[in-house]
Design a protein around this ligand. Structure first.
Ligand code: ADP
Ligand code: MG
Length: 594
């Protein structure tokens, strides 16, 4: 067991030890907050651990006092002593389990809420880089694992140590010579047992991985039914599945062999140890020292050692698992939250924007996605962004509510540089309707009246829904506004979701509006309707809109024609047509096609 680990440690000794200790200490800090429970747990564990050697000691008076010497005193209290030992064990066991679980569950709860809060405050760019399933795994599974490892670790460390020390003490007390013999033989047996259980663990891990593969392949096959049929993948998938299925079978059988061999093997090894004890105890001078009670007490203490020793040798594996999980949790907790150094507060933004030579890239290694962007927007103006997909329109709008930071140049709102405005306050100035609408797994009402709009009256809600042309379909639903939309609104069509998002924006009444292809999922008829709704909505509000259908853009006060991260033309629809440049040709292209 020690060889692979030590070779690991020689590779990077300081790093692993230092961070391992750091993680321990950080975890301990969570547990120490509940120090009262910790003390109760500790006391309980010590008592529970001590009852085992106590029980072994009890064997001597039980056998010698009652059966051999027929001592009336001992005969009287022997049954009660037994009850007392088990009563102590029960009470202390409950004490320690309850308080440890209390600590463990509290730590799980605390770490989870810290993680969740952190997730809400991480920059949007963090989510570009991290896979959502993994984040959820950390929040659910890793937290659980840390708590489990810590509780188990503490239990083994305290209770089993006490049991081991006590039992060895009992053995030494009754026969130190025999104890010494055992202490020589036992490690040899322990090494053999450790080898067997390590192999067992490895095979279990293998099986787990292979079950994962079986799972994954069958999952893909189920989800990609159409692709597999069309692209003639049936043979390939069958072969792929057969391989993992067969591997799984083989590993499982290997485990069965190890398992069924290891049990009798271990038992036989233990029988050897026991027979040595029996031999030594019953031969020569030793014979005189042992009474049946003494011998039984010795044997009981020895047998009681087995499990605690086994657990103690496995302790490092348990703790390593906990540390790895703790590491993944703490690295998430240590992610830097969104920068919010702003101090200025705007009451109701006028919506005057000024971009001065703004350049932006998503990360330092990649190229600029926006280059040298300069333009200004007056209060209440409608700005339309036009350009090929990938030209940087969404990226430009991402900067307004500071979804991303780190641009070059200057962006200001109402004369204040964006980064000087308090983040929460800045974002309150915006309403947003995007291309991919995200709905919460809640009622339509709560999706429209989301966040601070929760307490809104039914009348306002209806009005907003009506203006967004959402009322017509909401009213047709059996539960109306109280209809659950399902996970991410699966029960609604794309266009319906967008109309809900538009109703949400209408209700929020924010002074600045971002519409990023807000009507892309709508059919032409609904779009015409919504166009009217949007026209009411955008009145007196500074509005940024991205739309592919040029008809929605014609009325804009300012059109920014973008290409490869640059603004290549600016002006009104008429001006740009007169210019006969990129916008004009785009317009003709679409116009002639329609
Ligand atoms: N979150 C992101 N991380 C890294 N690169 C991105 C991200 N979002 C968009 N990009 C890149 O930025 C460029 C502009 O994209 P985008 O602003 O979405 O264009 P548009 O909205 O005009 O279609 C594209 O090359 C795209 O690959
Ligand atoms: Mg886009």
């Amino acid at each position: 067991m020690s060889t692979p680990k030590s070779s690991n440690q020689t590779a990077k000794p300081e790093v692993i030890l230092a961070s391992g200790r750091e993680i321990y200490l950080r975890l301990a800090a969570y547990a120490l907050k509940h120090w009262k429970y910790l003390i109760i747990a500790f006391v309980g564990l010590v008592i529970a651990g001590a009852t085992v050697p106590l029980f072994a000691m009890y064997m001597r008076p039980l056998l010698d006092g009652t059966f051999m010497n027929k001592d009336p005193e001992i005969i009287k209290w022997a049954p009660f002593a037994l009850l007392l030992i088990f009563f102590l064990r029960g009470v202390s066991g409950f004490m320690s389990s309850y308080s440890m679980e209390w600590i463990g569950r509290s730590v799980v709860k605390e770490i989870r809420s810290e993680l969740f809060t952190r997730l809400l405050h991480l920059p949007v760019s963090f989510y570009d880089k991290n896979n959502s399933a993994q984040l959820v795994t950390r929040l659910i599974y890793h937290v659980e694992k840390v708590s489990e490892a810590a509780t188990k670790g503490l239990k083994v460390l305290v209770q089993d140590s006490v049991t081991i020390i006590g039992s060895v003490g009992v053995m030494l007390y009754y026969s130190w010579k025999l104890t010494l013999i055992i202490l020589v033989v036992a490690p040899i047996i322990a090494v053999l047992i450790a080898y067997v259980s390590r192999r067992f663990r490895k095979l279990s891990q293998q099986i787990q991985d292979q079950v994962g593969e079986v799972n994954q392949i069958s999952n893909e096959a189920i989800h990609a039914t159409r692709e597999i049929r069309i692209f003639n993948g049936i043979d390939y998938e069958t072969k792929r599945f057969e391989t993992v299925n067969e591997n799984n079978h083989q590993s499982y059988m290997k485990r069965v062999v190890t398992e069924s061999l290891s049990m009798p093997l271990v038992q036989f090894l233990m029988a050897i140890a026991l027979s040595i004890v029996v031999y030594v105890a019953t031969h020569g001078d030793r014979l005189d020292d042992f009474t049946p009670g003494k011998f039984m007490a010795f044997m009981t203490a020895m047998i009681a050692l087995l499990d605690p020793v086994k657990r103690l040798t496995n302790l490092s594996a348990t703790l390593q698992g906990g540390i790895a999980a703790g590491d993944s949790i703490f690295s998430l907790l240590d992610e830097t939250p969104e920068k919010d150094s702003g101090t200025e507060v705007i009451q109701d933004a006028k919506g005057v924007f000024e971009f001065k030579q703004v350049s932006f890239r998503y990360n330092s290694e990649s190229d600029d996605v926006l280059t040298d962007i300069s333009f200004s927007v007056k209060a209440g103006e409608k700005v339309a962004l036009v350009g090929q997909s990938g030209s940087g329109k969404t990226s430009l709008l991402n900067l307004l509510p500071r979804f991303y930071d780190g641009w070059q140049g200057e962006i200001s709102l109402d004369g204040l540089p964006l980064e000087t405005i308090k983040l929460k306050n800045l974002r309150e100035q915006f309403a947003y309707v995007g291309q991919d609408v995200t709905l919460f797994n809640d009622t339509i009402r709560n999706n429209i009246a989301y966040g601070t709009m929760r307490g809104i009256s039914d009348e306002q809600l209806r009005l907003a829904a009506e203006s967004a042309y959402a009322l017509e379909f909401i009213e047709k639903l059996p539960q109306g506004f109280d209809t659950q939309v399902g996970e991410n609104g699966t029960l609604l069509s794309g266009g319906q979701k967008q109309r809900i998002a538009i109703a949400r924006a209408i209700l929020s009444d924010a002074p600045i509006l971002i519409l990023d292809e807000a009507t892309s999922a709508l059919d032409t008829k609904s779009e015409k309707h919504i166009q009217n709704a949007l026209e009411t909505l955008v009145k007196n509000r500074t509005t940024f809109m991205i739309a592919h259908r040029l008809s929605t853009i014609e009325k804009a006060d300012k059109i920014l024609m973008m290409d490869a991260g640059k603004i290549i033309e600016t002006g009104t629809h008429k001006e740009l047509l007169a210019k006969d440049g990129a916008y004009a040709s785009l317009y003709h292209l679409q116009f002639d096609n329609d």
